[in-house]
Design a protein around this ligand. Structure first.
Ligand code: TGC
Ligand code: FAD
Length: 392
């Protein structure tokens, strides 16, 4: 892959709205991506392997639990800093951002928000440092968009719970030390359980042959009569609202992350269009390529403003699930469209691993599907504005 020459677009001077801390956090993540992700990511994506050596760096830039209080090992930052970190990481690769999203919003957040004080102290500092990696098991073979139908169950056996079932499409599962697993009790109520690698009957087979998120490890979680200690149940919240509350936080991070992927595609296409000569002039001097580039920067700017305002609402504790859905849906679609257009600006070169665009484009096919599909987020908005849920 070519050297990383990325220059971040900021057409509406969004930097003027950021605090010094936001800029410091953002710039540290940006430098780290340039130094530790860009030079290696294409190779790892091509060989479909997660680069485990980056875990320490992710922890050092505050990507594991950015908004978790420092007393539990988190970075104690606000929601805009969290968003900016996700933006910078996804500028490098959506799969790397996935690892950080899962660790922060789907593993650390539920332990912080719904866990006991003992669980917080036992797991959060190790998750923040990367000593422990986690995964989140909600989706099942027969229940993706409708997790309320989940079949994974646990029974109370007196001194422990007995867990049976299976989860599919689980980011980080092949190497995770712990899994936050959502399962129904004998009354059919959904609870979160912390399942640890090494528990008898628990296995995590890897899912192969992905054309998307190739640098992220995805797998299954199989529970075959797993004895889970009673201390591993998250006591603070139950019902479907518990896992959905975690998704709010992860989807918010994706709304920012997708901007990073789009910025990288735009920046690459702009530079290439100015350098590539056809018919005796740079292709950037043609109206057709200018239309593509002008529309890209317009859409990126709109997405940045949406994410920034959502960040303010999140900081004030006012962001609704439907507002988060709108931003996730809009920004991921914006990014995928920009990746497709940017690839065309590069002509044949756009399909090679010399440039990041094709990798972003394929990654974004997962991003537009996970954490609620594009359709599901539209239906969340529809239900919010009409008061009439149309899921069934
Ligand atoms: P519904 O009746 O709407 O809600 C059930 C209960 O939950 C409450 N609730 C929420 N609570 C907190 N936060 C939220 N965001 C909430 N949304 C809903 C709700 O009030 C209700 O509470 P109660 O007390 O009345 O029972 O549920 P539904 O079954 O109709 O489903 C609605 C729907 C379709 C929107 C929901 O199921 C959904 O979002 N489906 C999409 C599934 C999804 O997003 N899965 C993601 C899996 S994790 C993942 O993809 C990780 S990828 C990570 C990576 O690599 O980056
Ligand atoms: P389905 O729910 O079967 O949907 C198929 C199609 O039907 C979609 O187009 C959908 O929009 C549409 N559809 C569904 N319901 C409706 C409706 N009511 N009205 C109209 N259209 C509808 N899950 C986890 O729990 N943890 C993870 O870490 C995780 N990581 C993932 C990583 C990757 C790379 C991928 C691809 C997925 C991951 N997922 C994870 C799962 C992800 O959340 C699901 O794939 C997603 O929620 C969709 O579920 P599904 O694939 O079963 O599709």
């Amino acid at each position: 892959m070519r050297p990383d020459l990325f220059e971040a677009p900021d057409y509406y001077n969004l930097d003027d709205l950021l605090s010094e801390e936001h800029k410091l956090v953002r710039d540290a993540a940006r430098q780290w991506v340039k130094r530790d992700i860009s030079p290696i990511i294409e190779e790892y994506a091509q060989k479909a392997e997660f680069p485990k050596q980056i875990i320490k760096g992710l922890s050092e830039i505050g990507a594991f639990g950015p908004y978790i209080p420092e007393e539990y090992g988190g970075a104690g930052l606000d929601q805009i800093s969290y968003g900016l970190i996700m933006q910078e990481i996804e500028r490098g690769d959506s799969g790397v951002r996935s690892t950080a999203s899962v660790q922060s919003s789907l593993v650390m957040y539920p332990i912080y928000a719904y866990g006991s004080e003992e669980q917080r102290k036992k797991y959060l500092p190790k998750l923040a440092s990367g000593e422990f990696m986690g995964c989140f098991g909600l989706t099942e073979p027969n229940h993706g968009s409708n997790p309320s139908g989940m079949e994974t169950r646990f029974k109370d056996k007196g001194d422990h719970f007995l867990l049976n079932g299976a989860k599919l499409w689980i980011s980080n599962s092949p190497f995770a030390d712990i899994a936050v697993v959502w399962a129904k009790n004998e009354e059919g109520r959904i609870h979160g359980l912390i399942v640890e690698r090494g528990m008898e009957g628990f296995s995590t087979p890897e899912t192969h042959n992905k054309w998307s998120l190739r640098a992220s490890a995805t797998g299954e979680l199989i529970f075959d009569n797993v004895k889970v200690p009673k201390d591993n149940l998250l006591p603070g919240k139950n019902g479907l609202g518990a896992p959905l509350g975690c998704l709010d936080s992860a989807r918010y991070g994706i709304a920012w992350g997708a901007i990073g992927a789009a910025m990288d595609c735009y920046d690459t296409a702009l530079r290439y269009a100015k350098e590539r000569i056809q018919f005796g002039k740079p292709i950037a001097a043609t109206q057709l390529q200018q239309k593509k580039l002008a529309e890209m920067i317009t859409e990126i700017t709109k997405a940045q403003l949406l994410a920034f305002r959502l960040g303010q609402l999140k900081n004030e504790g006012k962001a609704t699930t439907a507002q988060i859905s709108m931003a996730k849906r809009n920004n991921v679609e914006m990014a995928i469209k920009i990746a497709r257009e940017a690839r065309q600006v590069l002509g044949g070169m756009g399909i090679t691993g010399e440039y990041s665009i094709m990798r972003h484009m394929m990654n974004l096919e997962s991003v537009i599907t996970y954490e609620g599909t594009h359709d599901i987020h539209l239906l969340i908005t529809g239900a919010d504005i009409t008061g009439l849920p149309a899921f069934q």
